[in-house]
Design a binder for this molecule. Structure first.
Ligand code: ADP
Ligand code: TRP
Length: 321
């Protein structure tokens, strides 16, 4: 089973990314042929400051390594180090109906949030399809927001296969029911572009500020509350041990849940979960040459796989004469 997923190096890693994708990927390390990569070509659709993109790439790599991704147990690389993906993007784009891309919500959402409506942003899902099909991935763990992009990848694989003959594996999305959409401080989907995130690796005071800013209602402590509509409860349920979560739920339902106190409990749980990784991250960031070397080794392995698929594609479409 080949499992693949990527993350954009476009901002600080947050707990939505962690639960939506990274934790799942790290969990597959022992059992699958795992492909993990940093999609800098995708980030180029929204990041146009040279240093921010380059530093973001090293940081995203350090994040993954610090959280426990072992580069000897997977293929871990930076997207642009395997240029084959651009050629496959072009081939796929010649089979991509405009209507398929026009229907993608992500493009419209990003433009509504002020990202320039470039051709790259519009064709973003074709590059993502090429990412997935190039490595013949069976499964792609992502958050729910990426489901439509996965459908584009599936459509293109099916279309190519039926026109040119069996070439690509048709990938399946893997979306966990419990962490499909992690809510942000305001209760909307947690996202870098909404400014409502809890970054995993934030320094003490800053982290406290974010946690204390989680939106809660004005119900008095003693009054019963609905845990299932409460962002704070949803976030606690990702971190608290099951017996403690049962107690917290009882406090909500029967009365007695004090939001301020529960926020401090969440803060403590965040520290417990990420303190070790935070230290490791600092060590990786202090040695960027080592991080680059890890990524280069990964790129060599990835490139070998990619060129095998691309050779087949060139042959299928007639780019061999
Ligand atoms: P962002 O929306 O913050 O820009 P990305 O688009 O870089 O995040 O997402 C990287 C990965 O994390 C994707 O697989 C995405 O589906 C997942 N993800 C992002 N936000 C969330 C969230 N709030 N809940 C669950 N998964 C998420
Ligand atoms: N579009 C994805 C996101 O914003 C990132 C991504 C690019 C990706 N290529 C991919 C995810 C391939 C999974 C597989 O989160």
């Amino acid at each position: 089973m080949k499992i693949l997923s990527g993350i954009q190096p476009s901002g600080q890693l947050h707990i939505g990314n962690y639960f939506g994708m990274m934790q799942t990927m790290i969990g597959h390390m022992e059992s699958a042929e795992l492909y993990v990569f940093i999609v800098d070509l995708h980030a180029l659709t929204s990041v146009h400051e040279r240093d921010r993109l380059a530093a973001g790439t090293i940081e995203a790599a350090a994040d993954f390594l610090a959280l426990g991704l072992d580069p000897d147990k997977c293929i871990f690389w930076v997207q642009s180090d395997v240029p084959e993906v651009c050629e496959l993007t072009w081939v796929l784009s010649t089979l991509t109906p405009m209507g398929l891309l026009e229907r993608c919500h992500s493009y419209k959402d990003k433009v509504a949030k002020g990202i320039a409506a470039s051709h790259g942003l519009f064709s973003y899902p074709v590059l993502m399809a090429a990412d997935i099909l190039l490595y013949q991935a069976d499964q792609v763990p992502v958050g729910k927001d990426q489901k439509q992009h996965l459908e584009v990848a599936r459509d293109l694989a099916i279309k190519f296969n039926s026109h040119y003959g069996e070439t690509f594996v048709v990938p399946e999305p893997a979306i966990s029911a419990t962490t499909a959409i992690v809510p942000g401080l305001d209760g909307q989907k947690m996202s870098k572009s909404y400014g409502n995130t809890i970054p995993i690796f934030l320094a003490g005071k800053e982290l406290k500020k974010r946690v204390m800013a989680i939106a809660t209602d004005a119900t008095p402590v003693e009054a019963p509350k609905n845990p299932d509509t409460c962002t704070l409860y949803q976030l606690l349920s990702l971190f608290a041990a099951p017996p403690r979560l049962v107690e917290i739920r009882r406090l909500y339902v029967e009365g007695g849940a004090a939001y301020g106190y529960l926020k401090l409990e969440l803060l403590d749980l965040l520290h417990q979960r990420f303190a070790v990784a935070q230290k490791k991250r600092e060590e990786f960031l202090a040695d960027p040459a080592m991080v680059r070397a890890i990524l280069q080794r990964g790129a060599e392995k990835a490139r070998e796989k990619a060129s095998r698929t691309l050779d087949l594609v060139r042959d299928r479409v007639g780019l061999r004469y």
